[in-house]
Write a new protein. Structure first.
Length: 225
């Protein structure tokens, strides 16, 4: 049985078959942290988890010896913790130096995470990761009150040149919405992703402590030793 540590938000359920309309019209799933820490790596994942698709957002050298695949939800507090505290060091030490690359995939846990994903993708490839950083850094503000979330996302969009009209149009974009939800469905149905953040490192499900950067970086260094 797959285990999650206390830095993982979980989703219970079997095969996912959800539509863009489902996310636009409902809150869907509330995250909850469960489980205990497991070993550093779980059993081998399907090799396809590392295949880069045309919809993937990739940060770093595509030829880097370490491939980190992250499934994340923009309303997940554990994901924000990873991106606000661990990721900056990871980027500096491994991604910018060509040792690792990050493949980011959407796994929205609710309608507001879906909306935030739409905003990040609407910003375009060059601004995707800067907007992602902004969304995680300001998560407590924009995700804290559901009645204000959409308006606050619009305000964040304006900072990077996305008008209200453009964002509202993007929310209606069926192709974009399906691409975001395909990430989630493939992750859940093919790779057994059940919580966020879920990390695969060189194809293996990582169950070490990513919130402890010293331990996390030590595990990564073993892969290129």
């Amino acid at each position: 049985m797959k285990r999650y540590n206390d830095t993982t938000s979980s989703m219970k359920g079997s095969e996912l078959a959800i539509s863009r309309r489902h996310f636009v019209s409902s809150s869907l799933i509330a995250p909850a942290a469960i489980g205990v820490a497991g070993s550093m790596f779980a059993s081998k994942a399907q090799a396809g988890v590392m295949d880069i698709t045309e919809d993937d957002m990739v940060l770093g050298d595509e030829n880097a010896p370490i491939t980190i695949v992250e499934y994340a939800s923009l309303t997940c507090g554990h994901c924000a913790n990873f991106h606000n505290n661990t990721f900056p060091k990871l980027e500096e030490d491994f991604i910018k130096t060509g040792k690792a690359k990050l493949i980011y995939r959407d796994f929205p846990l609710d309608r507001y995470a879906f909306q935030a994903s739409v905003l990040a993708h609407t910003a375009g490839e060059k601004l995707f990761f800067p907007v992602l950083k902004m969304l995680f850094a300001e998560q407590d503000d924009w995700a804290g009150n559901p009645n204000e979330t959409t308006e606050k996302l619009i305000a964040i969009g304006r900072k990077v040149g996305i008008s209200r009209a453009r964002f509202e149009e993007a929310l209606k974009d069926q192709k974009l919405g399906e691409a975001i939800l395909t990430d989630r469905m493939v992750g859940a149905n093919e790779y057994n992703v059940r919580g966020t953040p879920t990390l695969f490192i060189n194809g293996d499900l990582y169950e070490g402590n990513w919130s402890n950067y010293d331990e996390f970086s030590s595990d990564l260094k073993e892969l290129i030793a």
